[in-house]
Write a protein that binds this ligand. Structure first.
Ligand code: GUN
Length: 299
């Protein structure tokens, strides 16, 4: 029996999507504006196909316009850049997301740099990275770290002075996560594969964010008693107990041992994952309002 409070990301995301839907209806009625999100998928990676389908479905459910562009895996970089140019100029498109990873022949950095910063609802353009790290409030903030911060604030209230450990230094999660925690006045450490005494470092943290992509790496004795643990990992492992050839999802945290020590913890699935798409919808609404000079909704 676990002792930690389970942070229910699925319920939180449902609530957030409900508030977004209400704001979308209000913006439509008051300003004749329907936010639109374009999602671009190159190739047929099965996990990416699932994400893109879910993004499209939830965009429509929130009352927004969804534009899906599916390109063949061998699409030339030039064609992708040309599509992005068209989307940049299309006033019905307020947000653009190019699903990562891209096929090897396409230069990811070049593609991300080609998205208009104001429509960059992923927050991956260097302009938005710079705005986030310098504290500019008009930054588009990457969705997964934004979802983590929302859940942390909901659970802990003020994060000021907390010791936060971010395990992982990716551009998508680790680095923006650290920037957001710093903006909340946490004392932030970023750990990675070369960090010495990793378990001891983690065990000093009041807030532990695991985003390394390593199946159940963080054990219970890496967790400070009472700490809040946010598990960003989504790792698919074999699950012979469910039948031959079956698999299941686990996080970067060994949930069973960590939940005995933590004060609160996010599960996998049902923790961070659902928040990411909800935050994408939120960013799209915010982007639409900023582009059209409409007051920002408080969501
Ligand atoms: N692939 C995995 N996560 C993400 C994300 O947050 N945004 C995009 N564009 N691609 C991803």
């Amino acid at each position: 029996m676990s002792e930690a409070t389970i942070i229910d990301g699925k319920a939180f995301a449902e609530g957030l999507r409900g508030r977004i839907g209400t704001e979308v209806a209000r913006i439509k009625a008051d300003h004749d504006l329907t936010p639109g999100l374009a999602v671009v998928l190159v190739g047929e990676d099965p996990a990416s196909q699932v994400y893109v389908r879910n993004k499209g479905k939830q965009t429509l459910e929130a009352g927004m316009n969804s534009f899906e562009h599916k390109l063949d895996a061998d699409t030339p970089e030039e064609s992708l850049l040309s599509l992005i140019d068209t989307l940049n100029k299309d006033s019905s498109v307020n947000g653009i997301l190019v699903q990562l990873p891209l096929p090897g022949h396409i230069n990811e950095a070049k593609v991300l740099a080609s998205i208009a910063p104001a429509k960059d609802v992923d927050g991956f353009h260097l302009i938005n990275v710079g705005k986030l790290t310098t504290g500019d409030k008009s930054a588009m903030v990457p969705c997964t770290p934004l979802g983590c911060i929302m859940m942390l604030k909901e659970h802990l209230g003020d994060l000021k002075g907390k010791r936060a450990m971010v395990l992982g230094r990716s551009n998508i999660v680790g680095k923006p996560m650290a920037a957001l925690l710093l903006a909340e006045h946490c004392t932030v450490t970023i750990a990675h594969s070369r960090t010495q005494d990793l378990a001891e470092e983690c065990a000093r943290a009041d807030i532990l964010i695991a985003a390394v992509g390593r199946d159940r790496m963080v054990k219970g004795d890496w967790v400070k008693p009472g700490a809040v643990v946010i598990d960003v990992g989504i790792n698919r492992i074999d699950a012979p107990e469910k039948g031959e050839g079956k698999t299941r999802l686990v996080g970067d945290v060994d949930f069973d041992s960590a939940a005995k020590v933590a004060g609160a913890i996010t599960p996998v699935p049902g923790g961070v994952g659902p928040m990411t798409i909800a935050c994408l919808l939120r960013n799209t609404v915010v982007a639409a309002c900023l582009q059209k000079g409409v007051d920002l909704p408080q969501i």
